[in-house]
Write a protein that binds this ligand. Structure first.
Ligand SMILES: Cc1ncc(COP(=O)(O)O)c(C=O)c1O
Length: 415
């Protein structure tokens, strides 16, 4: 848009002016419909303008409830915390204190790393190849997936280690990390924390196995290294359970939530901290927009999705449907190298970034919002709302199949 900085990126990928959003469909100012297989990069797990959340906002504002009060107590904050404990933490046997960091995901990362360093009095943080944790200084340093020129601030006290399957299935990457830590003279000092995404979303939809996650938890526990799970993109139900690590039955020391925690696309971020690690001095990590009350209003309503198992059951059915469609693609198209995913995050790895761009562009023309990821942008990432209707999911999957199966060699090489 006129006068907007060149730094803007998504409007270059999707050159439309958005006007309306309803569930899994968005409309542009020309009245064209798009099925949303993007969900605001994982922010709209419950779709656009969810009616119950919208009406909660109306009531909240009509009652002149306090919208901004820094981190002072408010009724809606009390309600959210109580409901979060009741619906999310207690049924899972989890005991965490809740820190409201600044409203972006990257601020939750900053807070967690800062706290890990304070608690352990150590500096080094282990991050993984192909990771993405955000765009502020510490998060940039922890993001293996970014190009060097994006890292304006040089990595500080960050050590990268291979994620699962980095060297192929045969090499046990946790064994490498363990050996490095256990061996005097390896040059790797004991880190304060390990930070990871259990499913690397920006990194190409790399799903860590349950066994690998358990080994990582065992290893970190053995050495007194804190385990931070960045569930900013794949938490809030994306992988099929509220937290992405539930399937491995591990308990991280800290968990980061943002994106879909407000449920409505409003900014909110949480750092969940084991109580014994909550050594913050009052105000040691602060910010103007913590515990935003409007976000907490919709976040409280969004928790209703987790009060029973209906959504989880729906995700299981939809995931199976997606998997079947993608496996056919792998079988039928020479351009598809791999398909992988879990729950409602799936990646279709194509032969290269150019082919993936062609597919994404074609899908956009056909009426779908979908994004690419991976180290060469070669992976098409399926990230539709968890609440997508069966009809729209099938329509989107058919569009995807059509776009990939109709790739013709000439068109592909001439991109
Ligand atoms: C896994 C992960 N961590 C952190 C972030 C950063 O969140 P934000 O863009 O809100 O700062 C993102 C954003 O995409 C993310 O996917």
């Amino acid at each position: 848009m006129k006068n907007e900085s060149n730094v803007n990126s998504y409007s270059k990928v999707f050159p439309i002016v958005l006007k309306r959003g309803e569930g899994d469909i968005v409309t542009d100012d020309q009245g064209k419909y798009f099925v949303d297989f993007f969900s605001g990069a994982g922010t709209l797990n419950y779709g656009h303008n969810h009616p119950a959340m919208k009406s909660a906002i109306h009531s909240f504002l009509d009652s002149n409830a306090i919208v901004h009060c820094l981190d002072m107590d408010s009724e809606v904050k009390a309600e959210f915390l109580e409901r979060f404990e009741k619906v999310i933490l207690t049924p899972r046997g989890l005991n965490y204190k809740v820190q409201f960091s600044g409203p972006t995901g990257t601020n939750a990362v900053e807070a967690a790393v800062k706290l890990a360093r304070i608690v352990t009095k150590r500096k080094k943080i282990v991050a993984f190849t192909h990771s993405f944790h955000g765009m502020s200084a510490t998060s940039l340093a922890l993001s293996g997936s970014l190009e060097e020129n994006q890292k304006v601030n040089p990595p500080q006290d960050v050590v990268f280690f291979p994620f699962e399957n980095f060297f192929g299935a045969e090499i046990d990457t946790i064994a490498i990390l363990s050996k490095m830590i256990a061996t005097k003279g390896s040059g790797l000092e004991l880190p304060a924390a390990v930070i990871l995404e259990t499913v690397q979303a920006e990194g190409g939809v790399n799903v860590a196995s349950e066994g690998w996650l358990c080994k990582l938890r065992e290893f970190t526990q053995l050495h007194g290294i804190l385990l931070i799970v960045d569930d900013i993109q794949v938490g809030c139900g994306r992988t099929g359970s509220f937290f992405s690590f539930e399937r491995a039955q591990i308990i991280p020391d800290m968990v980061l939530l943002s994106k879909s925690i407000s449920g409505f696309g409003l900014p909110l971020s949480l750092v969940l901290i084991k109580p014994e690690l909550d050594v913050w001095k009052s105000g040691e990590h602060n910010g103007t927009f913590r515990s935003n009350n409007l976000s907490l209003c919709t976040a409280t309503v969004a928790l209703d999705f987790w009060a029973d198992h209906q959504l989880e059951e729906k995700i299981k059915r939809d995931a199976e449907n997606i998997r079947e469609h993608l496996e056919h693609l792998l079988e039928w198209s020479p351009y598809v190298v791999a398909v992988r995913g879990i729950g409602m995050i799936w990646g279709i790895e194509l032969v290269d970034g150019k082919v993936a761009k062609r597919v994404a562009d074609l899908l956009f023309k056909e009426g779908m919002l979908i994004e690419r990821c991976g180290n060469n942008d070669q992976v098409i990432k399926i990230l539709c709302p968890l609440t997508i209707t069966e009809e729209n999911l099938n329509m989107g999957l058919k569009l995807l199949q059509h776009a990939i199966l109709n790739l013709v060699p000439d068109a592909v090489t001439s991109v």
